[in-house]
Design a protein. Structure first.
Length: 486
């Protein structure tokens, strides 16, 4: 997959994530506004009912004191009058300025004044207090004129109980307002009713608690965020979960694509190196056989033996390469068959050091710090292959003179072996990947150092099969140290 296609996929997926999140945000905002509007309607209706109940209670008390039966045969104070029907509806659109129109009309013959109020000029809506004023006798209104203080604590308690019954637990304040209308005129008081104020508070529309004395009551709420969050809790939770899932899937897919591209690049490097490594011994053997057949080398026993040795060595090298790849494929599909046994650590290290010292084209110095008689429980063959790979890499990736040190440490929970060299080192950006299969530190010339990126993958696999771990400490120009813990 090319970088251009990856960029296209990245931007398309990013656009999808942004679009999904934008839609979620818009939907949540719309839901928040709807719930805020419902909150305003509920608290307004609750205050209406409390004020209505308070006025009905006051009316019953006054009528009882005057010897009038508190309830008519219908079971309640009449709700109809000659002027029309009373309504409990309190309109007013949240988000718009709400208007309270208070109208005082004189009545012929010296009768009591009638008080009306309406919202937004929708319709002439008669207040509950006005409804009572029209329905009860003149001496009730006269009693309101003579006295009767507003019991704000009682209204507060009743309002709090009504809100709790509607599952609203929000802090609020009750205020009384004095609104004195002029006779025969519309008196408009503008309130930002049921909308958020500049101080993050909500206010209901004022309702008349004693219209004769021009007293109104109004509730002011602190910002109802806890109530709205409680109402929208599951929506917010699901939206957050969806956001996390989509973002997580996006990140996972992007990482998978990048990993697959990296593996593809590593595979291509492996194929290039493998082709080069396989062609070299084949070409050498072909040239040796051609010399034996066509240039009379068979008549010279010394040259014949030399060419045969060259062919044998290259064929062995070719066999080792094929076997290494096949073994790694087999080991990936099934577990190693280990036969652990007590092994002298110093003995196996000395054998491997002697072997590499003979065949190395560089000067190799081994520095061993192994206590005499140290025995370890390992699989001799596989552990030897581990050390052999580490020594081989140290020689490959080093300067003309190589120093390789072995340091053994006994620990309370096991033992540790550190294999260090003075080679070229490994940049920190690649240290986490050196144990991956087929990975090789990028260089300008892929074939400058022979290899397939299989050695350290095999080393880690063997160490982990022993129940151990391997780590790397390296600095470019100063060498590398592989720490094996068992």
């Amino acid at each position: 997959m090319t970088n251009r296609r990856i960029r296209i996929i990245f931007w398309l997926m990013t656009a999808c994530i942004v679009a999904i999140n934008a839609f979620q945000g818009y939907w949540l905002l719309a839901t928040y506004r709807i719930n805020r509007q419902q909150f305003g309607n509920v608290v307004q209706d609750a205050l209406f009912r409390v004020v209505e109940g308070q006025q009905l209670d006051d009316a019953r008390i006054l009528m009882s004191e005057k010897g009038i039966p508190p309830d008519p045969p219908g079971g309640d104070i009449p709700r109809e009058a000659s002027g029309g029907n009373a309504s409990k509806k309190a309109p007013g659109q949240p988000g718009k300025d709400a208007r309270v129109v208070v109208r005082r009309l004189g009545v012929r013959g010296g009768e009591s004044s009638r008080f009306y109020y309406q919202f937004n000029n929708d319709s002439a809506i008669v207040a509950p207090a006005d409804t009572l004023a029209r329905r009860i006798s003149k001496f009730v209104v006269q009693g309101w004129k003579e006295g009767g203080q507003v019991d704000l604590k009682k209204i507060y308690a009743a309002y709090q109980a009504e809100l709790a019954r509607r599952d609203i637990h929000a802090a609020f304040l009750l205020d009384t307002l004095y609104i004195r209308p002029k006779a025969g005129a519309n008196n408009v008081i503008i309130f930002n009713g049921l909308r958020r104020q500049s101080d993050d508070r909500f206010r209901t529309l004022p309702l008349p608690i004693n219209p004769v004395r021009h007293l109104f009551v109004q509730a002011t709420f602190e910002t109802p965020v806890p109530y709205l969050l409680r109402r929208m809790g599951w929506l917010l939770g699901c939206s957050l979960l969806l956001l996390l899932l989509t973002t997580g899937c996006f990140v996972f897919m992007l990482r998978t694509i990048l990993r697959q591209k990296r593996l593809s690049d590593i595979k291509n490097d492996f194929i290039n190196n493998m082709t080069h490594e396989l062609k070299t011994p084949i070409a050498t053997v072909t040239a040796a056989v051609d010399a034996l057949l066509n240039f009379g080398v068979l008549n010279d026993p010394r040259k014949t033996e030399e060419y045969l040795h060259i062919s044998q060595n290259n064929l062995q090298r070719l066999s080792d390469l094929v076997e290494k790849v096949l073994n790694l494929a087999v080991e990936e599909k099934q577990d190693f068959e280990f036969q652990t046994e007590p092994v002298s650590l110093a003995e196996i290290l000395c054998e491997l050091a002697a072997s590499h010292r003979i065949k190395a084209a560089k000067t190799v110095v081994f520095d061993m710090h192994i206590p005499f008689g140290t025995m370890v429980q390992v699989d001799r063959m596989h552990f030897g292959n581990v050390i052999n790979n580490l020594i081989d890499n140290a020689i490959k990736y080093s300067y003309d003179r190589v120093t390789i040190s072995f340091n053994y440490e006994q620990e309370s929970h096991g033992w540790q072996l550190t294999v260090a060299d003075n080679g070229i080192g490994i940049p920190k950006a690649y240290q986490a990947s050196v144990f991956d299969r087929f990975f090789r530190v990028p260089t300008g010339d892929l074939h400058q150092v022979k290899g397939f990126g299989l050695g350290l993958a095999y080393v880690r696999q063997v160490v982990e099969k022993h129940g151990g771990s391997i780590s790397l400490n390296s600095e470019p120009g100063k060498g590398s140290a592989f720490v094996l813990k068992f």
